[in-house]
Structure formats: C-alpha cells, structure tokens
Design a protein around this ligand. Structure first.
Ligand SMILES: NC(=O)c1ccc[n+]([C@@H]2O[C@H](COP(=O)([O-])OP(=O)(O)OC[C@H]3O[C@@H](n4cnc5c(N)ncnc54)[C@H](O)[C@@H]3O)[C@@H](O)[C@H]2O)c1
Length: 273
C-alpha cells in the first residue's frame, strides 16, 4: 500500500488500460481523479464508476497545465495504436512531451510520486531479442511512427531529468502488447483484428506463414504490475519492461480465437505487406 496514497490521478483514465486501473484503485479504497480528453477513450469504459463517491471524471487535455491536489499520478494519456496515433501525429507528440512536462510540473508542485506509461516501442526496430531495459533502441526519428516512439522516448528523458534535477519520485514502465476487455475493436492490432473477424464470421487473415511470434499480456496482470511498480521502494525508478515473457505464433493465436469465438471462419494466409 502506498504511504500518502488516498488521492490518485489517472490521465488517460477512460482508455483501455486506464479504465481497468481506475477500477482497481477504486476497489482498493483510493479517491480517483480520472482525466481524459476523450480522444480515443470511451466514457462507457468508466460508466460503472461514474456514480461512485470516490470517483471523479474531468475532461482535460494534458497538453495544458493541470492544477489539482493529488498524492500519486499515473500518466497514461496518449493514443496507443498506430491507427490512432498516426491520425494526428503532431498532437501525439504534444501529448507525450507537453503532457509529461505538465504532469511532472504538477508532481513537483504537490510532491506526488509519478508513473509514466512508456512502451516497448522505445526500442524501435530492435537489433536484439528479447529487449532488456539497458538496450538503447533503434528508432527512426523521422518516420510515420516517430511521433509515438520519439514522443515516448522524450517523455522518459523528462522523467529522468526531473528525478536527477528535482529529486522527484518517478517510475517508468515499458508496456508490451496488452489485451483484454475494452480494447478498441478497430485499433488495427492483431488480437482485435482476429476477434472481430471471427465474430463477423469473416476469414481470419494471417500475413506470412503464421510462424511469426508475439507476446501478449492480459490487462489484469498489466495493471497489477503497474500498481506494484508504483508501490516499489522510492529509489527504484525503472525503466522496467512489463509484459508476458511467453511467445505465441500468429497461427496459435488465430486458432485460439476461433476455438473461443466458435463460428465458421476460415484461416487464410496472405503475403506480408
Ligand atoms: N495497450 C497497449 O498494449 C500499450 C502498449 C504500450 C504502451 N501503452 C501505453 O499505455 C497508455 C494507455 O494505452 P491504452 O491502450 O489504454 O490506449 P487508449 O487509447 O485506450 O487510452 C489512451 C487514453 O488517453 C486519452 N488521451 C489521449 N490524448 C490525450 C490528451 N492529450 N489529454 C488527455 N487524455 C488524452 C484518450 O482519450 C484515451 O482515453 C498509453 O500511454 C500507451 O502509450 C499501451
């Protein structure tokens, strides 16, 4: 249990991961201030919390300063899937960079501990597998994914400079692929693609021969990791990778989805784009 832990701010709190985090924080007795600009988040994700006396929802864009009194900050605000973060790349970078500056400024003012939801994408197109936290990554600074990758890298830099320069209590977690209820059905990622195709009775499309592997972490495990990291000793900053070490082939994933959804979908193979 955190020490001064009663008032918790979750930015991006109506999104996929943020809403599950809000559920867990409310269950464990905290006061939760959920801040979101509803860019990709859906209010329905927190519908069950709206009437809770310890839950407050505020429409706010983290690229603008925020003045509230809180003890802990989970900074999750940022579109997470390529289809979303590439639709307004300038805003994506602003959300990561200005958002980090504003939330770190808030943490400094109110002496709050702050956790950054970073990403495995900070490793870019990596030369080593699996990627350990000490690996610096291989990121293209000028490509169409850079708004997300470089935005998150710059946010990490800001977190560590606030730690070194202002002795802020920071935690940086690098999140790997996560799945579970409330993920966006049209986010273009493989888990949602396969499930939506199976539910519609359409063919499940595998690009390549299906032997390529990925790892997927269930959202409850991810949230547990997030809470444990926030609660870790003050000298522990991370960055720390959080995900599932077990890998699955795309064919195994497609077969699992088919088994669980049922229906008549066939698996079809297409050339890699
Ligand atoms: N889901 C994953 O597999 C994954 C993997 C790596 C990292 N992450 C990180 O975790 C965090 C949450 O991801 P998610 O999957 O829940 O995505 P999501 O899109 O469901 O949630 C992001 C939330 O942030 C809000 N938001 C976006 N820009 C904002 C702004 N400027 N001000 C206020 N709110 C804003 C959105 O409306 C949304 O509710 C993100 O920072 C993402 O980069 C997620």
């Amino acid at each position: 249990m955190f020490q001064n832990d009663s008032r918790v701010l979750v930015t991006g709190g109506v999104g996929f991961l943020g809403s599950h985090l809000c559920d867990r924080l409310i269950e464990s007795g905290r006061d939760v201030l959920c801040v979101d600009n509803f860019y990709t988040g859906n209010k329905a994700n927190v519908a069950g919390l709206l009437n809770h006396p310890r839950f407050e929802l505020m429409r706010h864009d983290v690229t603008f300063p925020l003045y509230v009194e809180v003890d802990r900050i989970f900074n999750l605000a940022c579109p997470a899937s390529p289809v979303h973060y590439q639709s307004d790349p300038v805003q994506t970078t602003k959300t990561s960079v200005h958002g980090a500056i504003n939330m770190l400024g808030l943490a400094k003012r109110v002496h709050a501990r702050i956790l950054q939801a970073s990403t495995s994408e900070v490793y870019g197109d990596p030369e080593i597998h699996p990627q350990v936290e000490g690996y610096w990554g291989r990121v293209n600074p000028v490509g169409i994914r850079s708004c997300y990758d470089e935005g998150k890298r710059c946010a990490e830099t800001l977190f560590f400079d606030y730690w070194r320069q202002h002795q802020l209590e920071i935690k940086v977690m690098r999140i790997f692929n996560t799945y579970g209820p409330r993920m966006h059905p049209n986010d273009g990622r493989v888990v949602s693609n396969f499930i939506v195709q199976a539910l519609r009775g359409e063919a499940i499309t595998i690009y390549g021969d299906g032997t390529q592997t990925r790892s997927f972490c269930y959202v409850d495990d991810l949230v547990e990791g997030m809470l444990r990291l926030m609660d870790s000793p003050s000298e522990f900053t991370g960055p720390v990778n959080i995900g599932n070490p077990g890998e699955f082939t795309m064919l195994q994933l497609a077969e699992t989805v088919l088994k669980l959804v049922g229906g008549t979908s066939k698996i079809v193979f297409q050339p890699l784009p």
